[in-house]
Write a protein that binds this ligand. Structure first.
Ligand code: AMP
Ligand code: MG
Length: 327
């Protein structure tokens, strides 16, 4: 007879996630149960943003300008996908950060989108269990918001998500052995400064911190791409949300909007100005506004909720670095 948590045992024998057509009936059953939690997660997250009066935009796939993902120490891209349409070079979306900054400044003061990101991660990342080469972000941005306002919003959204899932997916979470593991987090979440973490754990704080925390926590002040706001002191006004056992599920920041600063930082990072000409133009004209926001890795948050061994387990069509299936 099936014990209540038997689907967790299925996962222990899984190895790397397989495509649907190669799965046993029991493995498919587990996939289906995870799929229910995924659906409820999307419902809860999108409802939270709609209830807070956000506009829901659809994503884009190709643009001339996309996230440089540089110099983010966490990024490890094997190949950047560029192609040509109508005689113009376009790139697949690495994130919708540039689109968000422009759309939020010019038209939609509170926006979110569910955006597919294609990041051809280095193939050795297949065994982290935490990287897919296609994934989705719930990416949002708010005109004039402070970082602390965004962090409070995220805390409300995450708490509501866990509450909704504990109510709406009690049977599924029990089958996955997660009902007793997944506790409703308490707000405000703890905040750690990256500099303090480096003193305590050295350079590997990102892998060590998730092992010692029991609830989601914030890490602030992380050096990375030019668009995150840097204070005159050199402190970065940005934040990551870290969940126990796994790691980062969200990155966000208050953004830069002043022309001279953006230009200097682009030059400092050694990235091509011509790939960000619209941002530079709008900031020069004073049309780029101060905004703040974040992107939630949707598959990562579900991986944490269902206690998966590999992020590919929560994807209907796993996109594991180095492994290209037919679908
Ligand atoms: P980033 O802008 O790189 O911080 O990405 C935003 C969010 O997307 C991260 O906080 C993760 O939750 C998620 N993410 C980034 N890279 C991956 C990946 N390779 N696979 C799955 N999720 C990812
Ligand atoms: Mg990040």
């Amino acid at each position: 007879m099936r014990t209540q948590t038997s689907l967790r045992d299925v996962s222990l024998n899984l190895g790397l996630p397989k495509p649907l057509e190669m799965m046993s009936d029991e493995e498919i059953l587990r996939k289906v149960v995870i799929g229910k939690v995924f659906t409820r997660t999307l419902k809860s997250l999108t409802t939270s943003f709609l209830d807070e009066d956000f506009d829901w935009l659809l994503p884009v796939i190709f643009s001339k300008s996309t996230d440089p993902l540089w110099p983010d120490p966490g990024s490890s891209i094997e190949k950047r996908i560029e192609t040509e349409i109508y005689g113009e070079t376009v790139r697949t979306t690495l994130s919708m950060i540039v689109h968000k900054m422009v759309a939020c400044s010019l038209a939609y003061p509170k926006l979110f989108t569910l955006s597919p990101n294609v990041r051809v991660e280095k193939r050795e990342r297949k065994s982290t269990g935490w990287h897919a080469y296609e994934f989705s972000q719930l990416d949002f941005e708010v005109r004039g918001a402070s970082s602390s306002a965004i962090r409070s919003l995220v805390e409300r959204v995450v708490i509501k998500l866990v509450e909704d899932l504990r109510k709406g997916c009690e049977a599924e979470l029990t089958q996955l052995g997660q009902y007793d593991v997944l506790k409703i987090p308490k707000s405000p979440f703890k905040v750690f400064d990256r500099e303090e973490l480096e003193k305590e754990y050295g350079g590997s704080w990102e892998t060590l911190l998730p092992k010692v925390i029991k609830e989601p926590v914030w890490v602030v002040n992380i050096p990375r791409e030019f668009y995150d706001f840097e204070e005159v002191t050199g402190r970065w006004d940005n934040y990551d949300l870290i969940v126990p056992k796994y790691g980062e599920v969200l990155s966000g920041a208050k953004r830069e909007w002043e022309y001279n600063k953006i230009l200097k930082k682009i030059e400092r990072d050694g990235i091509r100005k011509e790939n960000f000409s619209l941002l530079l133009k709008l900031s020069k004209e004073g049309r780029l506004k101060q905004t703040a926001g974040a992107g939630i890795g949707v598959e990562r948050i579900v991986t944490w909720i269902v206690g998966a061994n590999h992020i590919g387990e929560v994807q209907p069509f796993p996109k594991i670095p180095g492994i290209v299936n037919e679908l």
